[in-house]
Structure formats: structure tokens, C-alpha cells
Design a protein around this ligand. Structure first.
Ligand SMILES: Cc1ncc(C[n+]2csc(CCOP(=O)(O)OP(=O)(O)O)c2C)c(N)n1
Ligand code: SF4
Ligand SMILES: [Mg+2]
Length: 306
């Protein structure tokens, strides 16, 4: 679907929610939901998206929606999908229905990981989406396993001794890929047609699919409200967030510029990295370069620089 079609389509996630000005996820949710003409049922883990979009008695969701607890959006959606399969078999449901679990990085890669892993292994025909804003934003920017190296968060504060989060980001996509599911993608809202194409493929996949979408967060990343898309683009152009797909085990990079931009261009716009010195920026650059070297060769499983 091209950007004009996406823009004009009736949206299934409407305005009136209380996301911060400049938050990245409203467009992500709209794009994903608009990428299929089929009916969609959504399970959403506790987190910012759920909190801002379902303030009783209002809702931004124009599709059947279930708020799961923090850790079990994947079990919730897989249970709904199982019930649907039974009802379909008994001819009690005629429509073709799609199933989406959408979770923050805490609800997906941390507390939701076993629920996701179990659902992936059981092979339910559901789409699982992580909107990756790199911390527990809803509760006040606590670090998650998906928080990037050296980020300043409220639980990894920068001071005389510590320089932000000292651990590497968990590689959730590799963990998901180890479940050998038929479709996996990494995407960014700065490339809406690419995200939409990936969502469409995911909804049509016979079996589980997973999409990891980068999502800038205004207070968490300490950024200006106007630069969500700019950052979503710079993340890709610097190689910090490569766009790729893994279809039936086959890896493909979707965006390969002649030359990556320096990662500093991406970091310097974010207050969470403002304490970094040249040596630390160089360390992050080396990690990005090494990973990119492998990905460019098509070697998804290749080693990384630690
Ligand atoms: C079992 C449990 N522990 C803690 C919480 C409090 N809590 C609610 S949302 C949240 C963080 C969510 O982080 P993430 O999944 O990354 O979503 P985000 O808020 O960043 O969108 C936490 C810790 C909870 N609701 N349930
Ligand atoms: S705190 Fe971050 S993730 Fe939550 S609504 Fe605001 S910008 Fe979005
Ligand atoms: Mg988060």
C-alpha cells in the first residue's frame, strides 16, 4: 500500500488518545492496522500504548481489543486465536479474522518473553509486534533489556561512576528467529510503505509472525516533539536499526545505503545520550559497523563486537 492510500484509509486507531505530543506509536499502530482489509482482533500488553488509548469510558480502538496484563499479551491472543479456530471448524464463524498482539519492549522482551516464546512455539497464526521505545516508559523511564548501551534512564543514571546502561541490548529478533517461525521483520515508521508491506505479509503468513518497530519516546529519549520521524529515519540510515526480513529462514536487508551515516548523528539529537564522550560514541560506532558488516553479507547470525 502506498503512503497516499495509507493516509486516506479509514483508520482503526483514532485520535483522542493521550499519547504525548510527538510520540511514535500512534502512526505505527495505524499503519499496521490499515495494512490488512481483514478483521483484526488485538491484544495489548499493559504499557504506554494501552494506558493512553483506553482511558475509561473512551477508546481509540475501532477493532475488538483486549487489554492483557503486562506479561501475557501473546498468551491472550493465542487463546483467542485457538477459540476462533474451533468456532470456525464448527462453522459458527464465517469471516476470516486476523490476530495481533502488540507490546512494548518490557511487555515483549522482558516480562512477556515466556508468553511470547510459548505462543511462537505452539505455532498460532498471530502477528506479534514489539514497539521498541527502549525502556519502561509508562512507569517513568526505567531501563529494560532493550535499552541501548550507555542510555541514561532513571534506573541507570549517569554520574561519576556509571555512564548509563552498561549492558548490551538484548537481541530479541535473534531470540524470536530461534523459534524458526515463517516471518520476521524489523521496521521503522520513517519507511511507511516498507512497514505496511511487512505488516501485510505478517497478516497473510500461515503461522506466527513477528515485527520489531523502533518507536521514539519524547520524555524517555529526551527529544524534541518534532523529530520522531527524523530519528526513526536516522536510526536506519546510521545502521543502528537496520531494516530487514527473514522469510522462511531467508534473511534479506531491505535498505542498503552506499554509505552509512555516522551513528553520532542519531545519538546527538537524544538527551539520553548527551553525556557520551568521543570514546563512548566510537565504541557504539564500532558495534554498529561490525553488525552491519555481517548483515551486509547476509549473515544474520554472525558475531557481534562486544
Ligand atoms: C506484573 C507487573 N509489574 C509491573 C507493572 C507496572 N508497569 C506497568 S506498564 C510498565 C512498563 C511497560 O514498559 P513497556 O512494556 O516497555 O511499555 P512502554 O510503557 O514503554 O510503552 C510497568 C513496569 C505491571 N503493570 N505489572
Ligand atoms: S511516554 Fe513515550 S511512549 Fe509513552 S506516550 Fe509519551 S512519548 Fe509515547
Ligand atoms: Mg518500552
Amino acid at each position: 500500500m502506498n503512503i497516499k492510500e495509507l493516509g486516506y484509509k479509514d483508520t482503526k486507531f483514532v485520535s483522542g488518545h493521550r499519547a504525548c505530543a510527538g510520540c511514535g506509536f500512534p502512526q505505527i499502530v495505524r499503519t499496521i492496522l490499515n495494512s490488512t482489509d481483514k478483521r483484526v482482533v488485538v491484544a495489548n500488553a499493559t504499557g504506554c500504548l494501552e494506558v493512553v488509548s483506553t482511558i475509561y469510558p473512551f477508546s481509540s480502538w475501532k477493532v475488538p481489543y483486549m487489554h492483557s496484563v503486562f506479561g501475557n499479551a501473546s498468551s491472550t491472543i493465542s487463546g483467542i486465536e485457538s477459540a476462533y479456530k474451533v468456532l470456525k471448524k464448527k462453522n459458527k464463524i464465517k469471516n476470516d479474522i486476523k490476530f495481533l498482539a502488540i507490546m512494548g519492549d518490557g511487555g515483549c522482551s522482558d516480562i512477556g518473553l515466556q508468553s511470547l516464546s510459548g505462543a511462537l512455539e505452539r505455532g498460532h497464526e498471530c502477528v506479534y509486534v514489539q514497539y521498541a521505545n527502549g525502556a519502561y516508559q509508562n512507569t517513568g523511564v526505567q531501563r529494560s533489556s532493550e535499552t541501548p548501551l550507555l542510555s541514561n534512564t532513571t534506573t541507570t543514571p549517569v554520574g561519576k561512576v556509571h555512564r548509563g546502561k552498561e549492558e548490551m541490548k538484548k537481541d530479541i529478533v535473534k531470540i524470536v528467529a530461534a523459534h524458526n517461525i515463517p516471518y520476521i521483520a524489523q521496521a521503522s515508521m520513517a519507511f511507511p510503505e516498507d512497514l505496511s508491506e511487512k505488516a501485510k505479509k505478517a497478516f497473510e503468513t500461515k503461522g506466527p509472525s513477528f515485527i520489531n518497530v523502533i518507536q521514539p519516546c519524547v520524555p524517555g529519549w529526551k527529544i524534541d516533539t518534532s523529530i520522531n520521524i527524523k530519528l526513526s529515519r536516522l536510526a536506519v540510515e546510521t545502521g543502528a536499526w537496520p531494516l530487514f526480513e527473514i522469510e522462511n529462514g531467508k534473511f534479506k536487508l531491505n535498505y542498503v545505503p552506499e554509505k552509512l551515516k555516522p551513528v553520532k548523528e542519531y545519538l546527538k539529537l537524544q538527551g539520553r545520550f548527551k553525556h557520551l564522550n568521543n570514546k563512548e560514541i566510537e565504541r557504539i560506532q564500532k558495534i554498529v559497523n561490525k553488525e552491519w558488516e555481517y548483515l551486509k553479507k547476509g549473515d544474520f547470525w554472525g558475531a557481534r563486537e562486544y
